[in-house]
Write a protein that binds this ligand. Structure first.
Ligand SMILES: Cc1ncc(C[n+]2csc(CCOP(=O)(O)OP(=O)(O)O)c2C)c(N)n1
Ligand code: SF4
Length: 232
């Protein structure tokens, strides 16, 4: 009988080093199945890992809400502040103006998820939500326009574009000054389902089909994700 070989095929490419930035004993997260928040949380940790970010001296600050619960899962010093108080709007403007060395990662789900799906400042015009059954009458805040005339870093990315999200976060953390990453992500339960998506995968596929990457542009069109970096 000839020799027998045992061939083991295994996937060794899944780097798990990023887990050192998480409090693994607190998992699983309380988020709904299909929620995009976990994708953003993991990608932030991967970006931290790529930069070998020191745990000492790094502070995570969040507000209330589903996304805000992220702060508790980082194995870092963190502050879980009151709703809307992580970076109050007035401070964002001054941070932009002064180019303060802070990175904001916004889990941009276009809705107040935790409280049931009320209209929020970033809900698109015309969209039906729990509190706008006839469609949102207001225009959403144009986040990128805040950064246009200042020497800051702004990136828009999505939970579908994982490599792009990681790159956006890594560059934001490396940027010397104020940086903002708008990570579009799915709230399937209190938003997507009301819009007619059957599951969160359908929302991901919408990101894939709708958004085109346009890095280092001066301005991003509605259907573009990318990085706007005016100085560093
Ligand atoms: C000052 C204040 N206003 C309202 C609330 C009630 N509240 C708790 S979570 C929430 C919505 C959170 O939505 P968002 O910040 O978009 O985060 P998400 O749940 O979508 O991740 C609201 C209105 C609060 N906790 N504090
Ligand atoms: S309500 Fe929406 S944002 Fe909150 S955990 Fe569920 S899917 Fe995620």
């Amino acid at each position: 009988m000839g020799k027998k070989y045992l061939i083991v095929i295994t996937t060794m490419n899944q780097d798990t080093n990023f887990k050192r930035y998480l409090k693994l004993d607190l998992l699983p997260t309380p988020w709904c199945p299909g929620c995009g928040n976990g994708i953003v949380l993991k990608t932030i940790c991967q970006a931290f890992d790529e930069l070998n970010l020191p745990k000492s001296g790094t502070v995570v600050v969040s507000g209330i809400g589903c996304a805000g619960r992220s702060a508790g899962f980082f194995d870092l010093d963190s502050v879980h502040t009151a709703h809307g108080r992580a970076i109050p709007v007035a401070e964002v403007l001054h941070a932009i103006r002064r180019n303060t060395n802070i990175t904001v990662i916004c889990y941009a789900n276009e809705i107040y998820g935790m409280t049931g799906g009320q209209v929020s400042p970033t809900t698109p015009h015309g969209t039906k939500t729990l509190t706008t059954p006839n469609g949102n009458q207001d225009q959403p805040a144009d986040v990128q326009s805040l950064f246009k005339h200042h020497n800051c870093y702004y990136a828009r990315t999505t939970a579908y574009h994982l490599n792009h999200m990681k790159k956006s976060i890594v560059e934001a953390l490396e940027f010397k000054g104020f940086s903002f990453v708008e990570a579009r992500t799915m709230c399937i339960v209190n938003y997507g389902r009301r819009l007619g998506y059957k599951n969160s995968n359908e929302m991901l596929l919408h990101y894939k089909d709708f958004y085109k990457i346009n890095d280092y542009a001066e301005e991003l069109a509605q259907n573009e994700i990318g990085i706007i970096k005016t100085a560093s």
